[in-house]
Design a binder for this molecule. Structure first.
Ligand SMILES: Nc1nc2c(ncn2[C@@H]2O[C@H](COP(=O)(O)OP(=O)(O)OP(=O)(O)O)[C@@H](O)[C@H]2O)c(=O)[nH]1
Ligand SMILES: [K+]
Ligand SMILES: [Mg+2]
Length: 365
C-alpha cells in the first residue's frame, strides 16, 4: 500500500470511530500514525528529477507574506494593486502558475508579498501545484488566506486550513507548552503542572511507543491535547499568524460584509473598489509584529528618515547587532526615548526590550 492509501485508510477509520472515553486511546494512536505518514509525504521525493520543481524565490526585505487561496479569489489583482509588480489577473481559474514576488513599502519596511497559484482541496497530497505552494507558505512570516466574499467562504477557509494543517502548518495557534526531552535510558518520566482533561499518561505512553521512544522526560505545562503532544514529538511544525482576507465585498450586501468582518482574524476588502486596504495594512503590520526603531547620534536630532525594522520584543542587543556586528562588544550603555521607558531619555543596558518608534542613542566604551 502506498502512503496516500495508508493515510486515506487511517482517515476513514478516524471518521468512523465514535469519539468517547473507550475509543480515546485508539484514536490517539491513529492520529500518531497519521502524523507519521504525513511527515513522510513531506520528504522530498527521490524519483522526481528535482531541479526546476519548486518555486525558488529569494527572501528579501524585512518580512515575507504568502498569498494563499482558491483560484480566482483575486490574489494577483491584490499583488498588482499593492506593489509595483504586475501579476496577470483574469476571470478563469489557475491564471497564475508560479510564484510572483512583489514588495509593499509600509512604515519604512519592505514587505515581500508572494502571489501564488490557486490551491484546491487535496493540495497537500500534490493536487495542482499544491505542494509547491504549501512549501512556499512554510517560509512566510504571515499567511494571507484570500477568500471570495461572494462564495460564502467561511466554510471554504476551513478546507484550506486543513490542507495546511496536514503538512504541519499551524495557523494562529500558539506553540504547545509541553517540555519534551528524549533520553538514553530511565524509561518515561511523565508529569503535568495541572490536571489534564484532553490527554493522559497512558495515551502519552502509547503515542511515544508508536514513535519508538522508550526513554524521555515529559512535562505538560498546560491542558494540551494528544494532537498537540504529537506536534511536539514530530517537531517540524510551523506556527504562523494568518489573516483571512475576504475580497470582492463590492459584490455582496452590507449585512454580509458586516458578518464576515466579525469573523476571527478576518479583514474584508475590495481590490476593484480599493476598499479597506489601509485597515488591511494595519492588521498585517500587527500580525507581522514588526517595530520601527530610530537611531540618534549625540547632540543631533534622531534620524527619522531611515528606521531600523525589527521584530517585536527585540532587545537593545538585537539593535546593536543590526547596526554593526561588533557594536555589542563595545557597548557601554544606551539612551532610549519612547514608550519602552519610564523616563525620556532613560539609560538602559543590552537586555532592555525596545518598542515601536523608540529612539536610541548608543554610547560606546
Ligand atoms: N468584483 C470584484 N472582482 C474582483 C476583485 N478582485 C479581483 N476581481 C476579479 O476576480 C478575477 C480573478 O482575479 P485574479 O487576481 O486573477 O485571481 P487569482 O486569485 O490570482 O486567480 P488564480 O491565479 O487563477 O488563482 C478577475 O476577473 C478579477 O478582475 C474585487 O475586489 N471585486
Ligand atoms: K484567475
Ligand atoms: Mg493569480
Amino acid at each position: 500500500m502506498g502512503i496516500l492509501e495508508k493515510i486515506s485508510e487511517i482517515e476513514k477509520e478516524i471518521a468512523r470511530t465514535q469519539k468517547n472515553k473507550a475509543t480515546e486511546y485508539h484514536l490517539g494512536l491513529l492520529k500518531a500514525k497519521l502524523a507519521k505518514y504525513r511527515a513522510q509525504l513531506l520528504e522530498p521525493s527521490k524519483t522526481a528529477s528535482g531541479k526546476g520543481e519548486g518555486f525558488d524565490v529569494m527572501k528579501s526585505g524585512d518580512a515575507r507574506v504568502a498569498l494563499i487561496g482558491f483560484p480566482s479569489v483575486g490574489k494577483s489583482t491584490f499583488l498588482s494593486l499593492m506593489t509595483s509588480t504586475a501579476s496577470e489577473a483574469a476571470s478563469y481559474e489557475f491564471t497564475t502558475l508560479t510564484c510572483i514576488p512583489g514588495v509593499i513599502e509600509y512604515k519604512g519596511a519592505n514587505i515581500q508579498l508572494l502571489d501564488l497559484p490557486g490551491i484546491i482541496e487535496g493540495a497537500s497530497q500534490g493536487k495542482g501545484r499544491g505542494r509547491q505552494v504549501i512549501a512556499v507558505a512554510r517560509t512566510a512570516d504571515v499567511v494571507i488566506m484570500m477568500l471570495d466574499a461572494t462564495k460564502g467562504d467561511v466554510q471554504r477557509s476551513v478546507l484550506l486550513e486543513k490542507e495546511l494543517e496536514s503538512v504541519g502548518i499551524r495557523l494562529n495557534k500558539p506553540k504547545p507548552n509541553i517540555y519534551f526531552k528524549p533520553k538514553k535510558g530511565g524509561g518515561i518520566s511523565f508529569n503535568s503542572t495541572l490536571p489534564l482533561t484532553q490527554c493522559s499518561e497512558k495515551l502519552v505512553q502509547l503515542i511515544l511507543h508508536e514513535y519508538k521512544i522508550f526513554n524521555a522526560e515529559i512535562l505538560f505545562r498546560e491542558d494540551s491535547s494528544a494532537d498537540e503532544f504529537i506536534d511536539v514529538i514530530v517537531g517540524n511544525r510551523v506556527h504562523m499568524p494568518c489573516l483571512y482576507v475576504y475580497n470582492k465585498i463590492d459584490q455582496i450586501s452590507l449585512e454580509e460584509v458586516d458578518r464576515l468582518a466579525r469573523e476571527p482574524h478576518s479583514v474584508v476588502i475590495s481590490c476593484e473598489m480599493k476598499l479597506n486596504l489601509d485597515y488591511l495594512m494595519e492588521m498585517l503590520w500587527e500580525y507581522l509584529a514588526l517595530i520601527c526603531i530610530y537611531t540618534k547620534k549625540r547632540g543631533e536630532r534622531p534620524d527619522f528618515s531611515g528606521a531600523i525594522i525589527m521584530r517585536r520584543a527585540a532587545s537593545v542587543e538585537h539593535v546593536c547587532h543590526r547596526i554593526h556586528r561588533t557594536l555589542a562588544s563595545h557597548f557601554k550603555y544606551a539612551l532610549v526615548w519612547g514608550t519602552s521607558t519610564k523616563y525620556s531619555p532613560q539609560r538602559v543596558g543590552l537586555t532592555h526590550v525596545m518598542e515601536h518608534e523608540d529612539v536610541i542613542q548608543i554610547v560606546k566604551k
